[in-house]
Write a new protein. Structure first.
Length: 121
């Protein structure tokens, strides 16, 4: 015997799952952009050499890069002698590696799901 009635089905999960990767990508892009400025500021403020012209300190640059699924920050010198500040005299005047050591664990810890969801959704 057939039973009458209405079967109502609404799937709210599938549309939100489809948007999750887009939202997460947008959130991570914002996060990387924000942290790139922090990395640059830290490197410029903590460079261990004594300035003569200020060009090396001002030339320390951090750029954020994001391409759906790939996120990274480049920290580099724009002066041609920046390499020598990093490697000569056993790295006494290096700032790039110390900046990576300072920010690396912090950035990786921040990339928990809670942080991704905060920036992305």
């Amino acid at each position: 015997m057939a039973k009458g009635g209405v079967h109502w089905f609404y799937n709210s999960l599938t549309p939100k799952l489809a948007l999750f990767s887009v939202a997460a990508d947008a959130g991570l892009a914002i996060y990387v952009d924000d942290r790139a400025q922090d990395v640059q500021d830290y490197a410029q403020e903590n460079a261990p050499w004594e300035d003569r012209t200020g060009a090396a300190r001002d030339g320390l640059t951090a750029e954020a890069h994001h391409n759906f699924g790939h996120y990274y920050i480049d920290l580099f010198h724009t002066v041609d002698y920046g390499i020598w500040l990093e490697i000569r005299w056993d790295g006494r005047y290096a700032i790039i590696q110390p900046t990576l050591e300072h920010f690396g664990p912090m950035l990786m810890a921040d990339l928990s799901w809670d942080e991704v969801l905060y920036y992305g959704l």
